[in-house]
Design a protein around this ligand. Structure first.
Ligand SMILES: NC(=O)c1ccc[n+]([C@@H]2O[C@H](COP(=O)([O-])OP(=O)(O)OC[C@H]3O[C@@H](n4cnc5c(N)ncnc54)[C@H](OP(=O)(O)O)[C@@H]3O)[C@@H](O)[C@H]2O)c1
Length: 338
């Protein structure tokens, strides 16, 4: 099989296409012939040595694939034979064949391409957990979605619009017109000094009901100050760690030092909530994930949830694919195709 390896911590040039042998699927596993692989920001962080959950290089990352079941291991229900599927993978997804537990498979909805299906698991489950499950967004409330043009951001926007919330989103200015076309009410450039004031102005000085923050570090503190009474701040990433040019341990230390501590009395008196989301730590909650995915697929079927694929790169250009995201050029999902 062909795989993309992170050979050492560093830039996109550290990604290397290699041949490897694939063992037959173990009990409870299937082999999937992969047609599309979702790239996630976590993969870029893993490559830079900034993602503690990832295996140490040399390693193969990749959290999601879509493809066709090619072989069944002992004990797997025969109904999976030859099925078109998409799935979460606990690393190892950057491969043209992958063995994974059958209980991580979802059947491909007929209206989606393999590429669209590979764009669903991480982005939509994370957004669902943030917006619906833990964020409890309600009609008429406001939501501030940072990185609104990324995979998670667009999924969150679609969920928030369906709920009937007022949507504010930050993104690079080149994406604002597209985001407005997707129904975003207020597009804001978060690299402008006055972004905070723009959010306050857009909410008539009241603040925001739900804020989704994958940037982390000092942003968490700023966002907390934007919460309206009963407002909730959902933390789900630290992309700011990738901006520091120094050694990786220094980047992690800087993030640690700039992370706010929350006081229960202040939370109580402010009527505020703070929560965290890490889909990569939900492997023991298969039933919840299956329920969320059923709701997501119902939205896909009804047409109000629609994964947006920005660009697919062949395996041989995986470095370019990572660079494309690093340069903030993507609007929606970036994929690899074997
Ligand atoms: N906790 C979880 O379970 C979970 C799951 C999925 C993703 N996440 C986090 O959510 C965030 C977005 O993920 P995604 O997969 O949706 O992203 P993505 O589709 O890969 O989008 C990347 C976009 O993020 C923005 N960005 C912000 N900071 C950046 C930086 N330092 N370098 C490059 N781009 C940066 C850029 O757009 P603009 O400049 O236009 O905003 C870029 O185009 C990441 O921080 C990721 O780690 C967390």
């Amino acid at each position: 099989m062909k795989q993309i390896w992170i050979t050492r911590y560093g830039g996109p040039e550290t990604l290397e296409l290699r041949e490897a042998a694939l063992a037959p699927p173990a009990a409870g596993e299937v082999t999937v012939a992969v047609k599309a692989v979702g790239i996630n920001f976590a993969d870029l962080m893993a490559r830079k040595g900034l993602y503690p959950d990832a295996p140490k290089p040399p390693c193969v990352v990749g959290y999601e694939v879509a493809g066709k079941v090619e072989a069944l291991g002992p004990g797997v229900e025969p109904r999976w034979r030859d099925k078109e599927v998409f799935a979460l993978t606990r690393f190892g997804g950057y491969s043209d064949k992958v063995n994974l537990p059958a209980n991580q498979l979802f059947e491909m909805p007929s209206r989606l391409t393999f590429q669209e299906a590979a764009a669903i698991p991480v982005n939509y489950l994370t957004a669902y957990q943030l917006v619906v499950v833990m964020g409890g967004l309600r009609a008429g409330e406001s939501v501030l979605i940072h990185n609104a043009g990324g995979g998670v951001g667009l999924a969150a926007l679609q969920l928030a619009r369906h709920i009937g919330a007022v949507t504010l989103g930050t993104a690079s200015p080149s994406k604002h017109a597209f985001l407005k076309g997707q129904g975003l009410d207020h597009a804001i450039d978060y690299r402008r000094k006055d972004w905070f004031g723009q959010v306050m102005a857009a909410t008539q000085g009241r603040g925001v009901d739900l804020i989704l923050d994958p940037i982390g570090g000092p942003m968490w503190r700023k966002n907390y100050r934007l919460l309206r009474p009963t407002g909730r701040l959902g933390a789900f990433g630290v992309s700011s760690a990738t901006e520091s040019r120094g050694p990786r341990l220094l980047s992690l230390l800087k993030i640690g030092l700039s992370t706010p501590w929350f006081n229960m009395i202040s939370l109580m008196n402010g009527n505020h909530g703070v929560f965290g989301v890490n889909l990569g730590h939900m492997w023991g909650e298969g039933e919840k994930i299956a329920g969320w995915m059923a709701a997501i697929l119902a939205g896909v079927k009804e047409g109000w949830l629609k994964p947006r694929v920005d660009k697919s790169f062949p395996f041989a250009q995986s470095g370019e694919a990572h660079r494309y995201i690093e340069e903030r050029r993507n609007t929606g999902k970036v994929l690899l195709t074997p």
